[in-house]
Design a protein around this ligand. Sequence first.
Ligand SMILES: Nc1nc2[nH]cnc2c(=O)[nH]1
Ligand SMILES: [Zn+2]
Length: 430
Amino acid sequence: MTTLYRATFLHTPENPFTHADALRAESDGGLLVEGGVIRARGAFADLRAAHPDAPVTDLRGGLLLPGLIDTHVHLPQVRVIGGLGLPLLDWLDQCALPEEARMADVAYARDVARDFTRGLVGAGTTTALVFGSHFAGAVDAFFEEAAQTGLRAVAGLVVSDRLLRDELHTTPERSYAEGKALIERWHGVGRTLYAVTPRFSLSASEGILDACAALMREHPGVRFTSHINENTREIEVVQGLFPGARDYLDTYERAGLIGRHSVLAHNVHPSDRELGVMAAAHCTAAHCPCSNSALGSGFFPLRRHLDAGVHVALGSDVGGGTGFSLLKEGLQAHFMQNLMPGGVPLSPAHLLYLATKAGADALDLPGVGAFEPGQQFDAVHLAPAPGTPLDAVFRHAASPERALAAAFATGTPGDVAQVWIGGDVAHTRA
Ligand SMILES: Nc1nc2[nH]cnc2c(=O)[nH]1
Ligand SMILES: [Zn+2]
């Protein structure tokens, strides 16, 4: 089936941190989509002339963006969003982990997976790197729900063997066996990929990190994700647990877990050595600015990451973060860079890139992240309700770029009118 979408669209096929004019915009644009794939892109009038018989979907009056890509978000935490005012380790004990223990009940986990997946797609997120659950049944339930919704999910069993709560602990042997079974069931099936996911070095012994590395070695193409350098107290505890490690990164590096397919969340307090190794390994730092603010973790040193050559993308970190909207994460990133000494001024192009193409690159998914011919039609249509301030801005914006800035400044999931994944409608505003 072929459709010609008519819209004001913007995308960042190039990296605005390294390319001038990376923001591409078309005020009255056309995207010709066939079988879920973008076949042609340009001015609407030109595409209309070349394809006079294609049915037109008219999306004028809003903004069409590539589907947003969340590179760090926790499945079991959707119902504990809002535990404000605690530092990381207290927040885990009091807010997150009691809820994560409830995921042992598969029926409960299925309901949570529905809330979670709806929350993501309703916010315009079409691809997510998801911290699953400590329970394999809950991870299955999530993959099933993602397959139904159409979400591009990269996810895995979260594994830990110390310092959380007994119900959440496993063993290296069991984590390996359950991970292998999940990889065989889900990796590369439909739109899903598997991510090997030790929770963080604080809760993962060398033995369980080795089991993670074995899964990575035996299943090339699976992704890796964990947390790093989020909170100063956490870093001290990790140093004590790994007295032979050079730093936090080394706890993963020594196990053989750092490479092109590794995404490390937070990295608020990195050393220069860690940044150098991350750059050389082409791994990604998932920056989660709302979480960093809510948990008081600190200011993300974006300048140091960029100077070192470390790839950076955005994550919502629900439920340490405050919601699924990557527009809000973009705004919070902008605020924090504005406020910190030596912060990087972030333009609308930077924010769009961090929320789309940067995530696609982090996950090594060349088929998504922008509106290039040959890419999947993953898209979010922002169309604020008439009479809202964002609608007023959209109707009077001097350029698509100004409208984009306003979408980051004041847009919410309520402004997401429709979402497509691979050409299929995955969400329509009620
Ligand atoms: N923000 C955050 N950091 C973590 N470090 C280990 N687990 C978590 C978590 O659930 N959220
Ligand atoms: Zn997290």
